[in-house]
Ligand binder design. Structure first.
Ligand code: BMP
Length: 230
C-alpha cells in the first residue's frame, strides 16, 4: 500500500496523479494522510480517487478519526462523497463510538482500519501504557484497543512494522489483517515484519522519495511476494 505523502507544496494534484499512474501496477492501494486531504476540495479529492479506482486500486483516508459519534458520522459522509474505500480510526474512542463509526462507514461500503500500535519510538508512551480496568486488571493499552477492534469487527488493524514483538504477539492469535507502516525510512524491515505476521505493507518515502520510484516499488513488491510464497 503506497503512503502517498507529497514532499512538494506546488501542484500537489499533478504530483499525486503522476505517482499513482507510475506506480499503479506495483501497489494494491493508496493511503492519503490528513495533511494531503485537508487543502483539497471535494471535487479535487474525488478526481484523485477516480484515478485510483480506474487502476483497480483502493483508496484509504488516513485521518485517524477520533471523535464523538455525531461528528464522526459527518466526517464519514464527506469521505464517502470523496470516493474513499476505507478510513483509519483511533479506537481510543471506545466500543460504543467505534461500533457507530463502523455502522456509518459500512453503510457507505467504507472499511474501517484501527490504529493499535504506532511505528514511532514514542508510541510506547501511549499505546504501550499499562491501563487498569474497573476490575483492577492491568493490561497494555494496545491490547485493550485490539480487544475493542475485534469485538466491534473492524476490517483491519495498524501495527507499526518497527514493533515486531507486538506484531508477533498479536499475530499468534490473530483475527484481523495487520497493516504495517514504518518500513524502510523509519527502520522497519518488510522481511522481519512479514515473518512476524504483517499482511499489508504501508510504504511511503522509501518509494516516492527514491530517485527511481518505480524501481524501488518493484523491489519492495518482489521482496514481499517472495516472502509470502516462501
Ligand atoms: P513512510 O514509509 O514514508 O515512513 O510513511 C509511513 C506512512 O504511514 C505515513 O503516511 C505515516 O503518517 C503513516 N503512519 C506511520 O508512519 N506510523 C504509524 O504508526 C501510523 C501511520 O499511519
Amino acid at each position: 500500500m503506497l503512503a502517498l505523502d507529497p514532499i512538494c507544496s506546488n501542484d500537489v494534484l499533478k504530483y499525486l496523479n503522476e505517482k499513482i499512474v507510475l506506480l499503479q501496477e506495483e501497489i494494491c492501494a493508496v493511503k492519503f494522510n490528513f495533511h494531503v486531504i485537508l487543502p483539497l476540495s471535494l471535487q479535487e479529492m474525488s478526481n484523485i480517487n477516480s484515478t485510483v479506482h480506474s487502476y483497480g486500486l483502493q483508496s484509504i483516508a488516513d485521518i485517524k478519526l477520533n471523535d464523538i459519534s455525531s461528528t464522526n458520522a459527518v466526517v464519514i459522509n464527506h469521505l464517502a462523497n470523496m470516493g474513499f474505500d476505507a478510513v483509519i480510526v483511533n479506537p481510543i474512542i471506545g466500543m460504543d463510538e467505534l461500533s457507530q463509526v463502523i455502522e456509518s462507514s459500512h453503510h457507505y461500503n467504507l472499511g474501517v482500519i484501527t490504529v493499535i500500535y504506532m511505528s514511532h519510538a514514542g508510541a510506547r508512551e501511549g499505546f504501550g501504557l499499562n491501563v487498569v480496568d474497573d476490575s483492577l486488571i492491568s493490561n497494555p493499552l494496545y491490547q485493550r484497543l485490539l480487544q475493542y477492534s475485534e469485538c466491534c469487527d473492524v476490517d483491519g488493524i495498524i501495527v507499526g512494522g518497527t514493533k515486531v514483538d507486538i506484531i508477533n504477539r498479536i499475530s499468534s492469535k490473530k483475527k484481523l489483517p495487520i497493516y504495517s507502516p514504518g518500513l524502510g525510512v523509519q527502520g522497519g524491515d518488510p522481511k522481519t515484519a512479514a515473518k512476524a505476521g504483517t499482511d499489508y505493507f504501508i510504504i511511503g518515502r522509501s518509494i516516492i522519495q527514491s530517485k527511481d520510484s518505480l524501481k524501488a516499488a518493484r523491489l519492495f513488491r518482489k521482496q514481499i511476494n517472495s516472502l509470502k510464497q516462501g
